[in-house]
Design a protein around this ligand. Structure first.
Ligand SMILES: Cc1ncc(COP(=O)(O)O)c(C=O)c1O
Length: 414
């Protein structure tokens, strides 16, 4: 980066350090991924500088001829890939996409039924600290305390009593498939809208390796940077009848100008997602996650829901007598990054976080798979069982760096 090094050596140095950190770190953060080089290229392209407001053919600034073509391509690819009647590719993030859906058809004070945060839901599904929590009346459903699976019976009873205007499905931390059809039936019986937030599993759905919520939901949102691998931002899919309301809610309702470089990256990943290599990668992501869950079960950890159908594996470390925050920090010092994760039941013990959440998308994106995942699980277990031992942490760190050097993300490490 000769120009950046000249203009701002401090930031250039941080970019260089971040590239090295990324190459030498095993990324198990379920909400992260390594975007392909084509995505990185288009994100840094000239589209970064174009200001657009409105929609193709109806812009508030001149000079949008190529930006319009980009957005039209992204839009039609999103509709084709997900078999959706309408798409909006402008949301800056998953949260913006969710807010736009709420404000497209709901009035302030309306009722939303969504999954509780401590059972796997997301802040933007109406947590009191979020704008959705402040604007709408929220009721939460959760998972069965024994199986860890969504308690659909309880969800239906809650819905009948609460009479929500919208039911939201989808989660940040839930490793199993969701029965969209069942929730859609409940929503329809109450004349409630049904929204699915597939932020985490968008790439798996795009590849067709897990079922799609699109046939069952009025609105589906996704983020583009998790399993989808396409850089930052979100997408909204909806039925045609809501097209105008959604577009208005995104712009000018919730956002101003949109990021053309980001929309271009969405277009690229949507095209890539139609190809066999993307599908194979998503299949391998699930296969690797299943192997990871199996390895922890074999080591007698409590694995939530006894396995996974997706890229996520959530395990209970508190039941092994270790603090999840301490595990997260010790693993970070061992060059493995993941999240400590609140587990169902933790909400009854203030301040307790019992679990860690892992995702296999990023490790698979750099070429690792079944063989490496067993090695990784063994090393994580070694850190958990020696969480305060610096010599063990150093030993694991060296092994992880050697492993990562065999699977470069973008370049041979410097
Ligand atoms: C289920 C779910 N929805 C929405 C989001 C929010 O996405 P963003 O951080 O892009 O706003 C996330 C982020 O992790 C998520 O897990």
């Amino acid at each position: 980066m000769p120009v950046l090094t000249f203009e701002d050596p401090k930031i250039a140095d941080l970019v260089h350090k971040e590239a090295r950190r990324l190459e030498e770190t095993l990324d198990l953060i379920a909400a992260e991924n390594h975007s392909p080089p084509a995505i990185m290229e288009v994100l840094g392209s000239v589209f970064n500088t174009k200001t657009i407001e409105g929609y193709p053919g109806r812009r508030y600034h001149a000079g949008c001829i190529h930006a319009d073509a980009v957005e039209r391509l992204a839009n039609s690819r999103a509709k084709t890939l997900f078999n959706a009647e309408h798409a909006n590719v402008q949301p800056h993030s998953g949260t913006s996409a969710n807010l736009a859906v709420y404000f497209s058809v709901l009035d302030i004070g309306d009722k939303i039924l969504s999954m509780t945060l401590s059972h796997g839901g997301h802040l933007s599904h109406g947590h009191p600290v979020s704008i959705a929590g402040k604007c709408f009346e929220i009721q939460h459903y959760g998972v069965n305390s024994k199986s860890g699976l969504i308690d659909y019976g309880a969800l239906t009873s809650l819905a009948k009593a609460f009479k929500p205007n919208m039911i939201v499905a989808g989660a940040s931390s839930y490793p199993r498939l969701i029965d969209y059809e069942k929730i859609a039936e409940t929503a329809a019986s109450l004349q409630a809208y049904f929204m699915v937030d597939m932020a985490h599993i968008g790439g798996l759905v795009a590849a067709g390796v897990i079922p799609s919520p699109v046939p069952f939901a009025d609105f589906v949102t996704l983020t583009c940077y998790k399993t989808m691998m396409g850089g930052r931002g979100g997408i909204i899919l909806c039925r045609d009848v809501f097209a105008q309301q959604i577009d208005k809610a995104v712009f000018p309702g919730c956002q101003g100008t949109s990021a053309v470089n980001s929309i271009a990256a969405k277009a690229v990943i949507l095209k890539m997602a139609m190809g066999k290599p993307f599908v194979a990668l998503q299949e391998k992501t699930i296969d690797t996650a299943r192997a990871l869950a199996k390895r922890f079960i074999k080591k007698r950890y409590r694995v939530l829901t006894d396995g996974t159908d997706t890229h996520q594996v959530i395990i209970d470390v508190a039941s092994r007598g270790v603090d999840a925050g301490l595990v997260e920090k010790a693993l970070e010092r061992s060059n493995i990054i993941l999240n400590r994760n609140i587990l169902p039941g933790d909400e009854q013990k203030t301040g307790t976080i019992s679990g860690i959440r892992m995702g296999t998308a990023a490790m698979v994106a750099r070429g690792m798979g079944r063989v490496e995942v067993d090695i990784v699980a063994d090393l994580i277990d070694r850190v958990i069982t020696h969480v305060t031992k610096p010599d063990v942490i150093l030993e694991v760190k060296n092994k992880i760096i050697s492993l990562c050097h065999r699977f470069p993300v973008y370049q041979a490490p410097v």
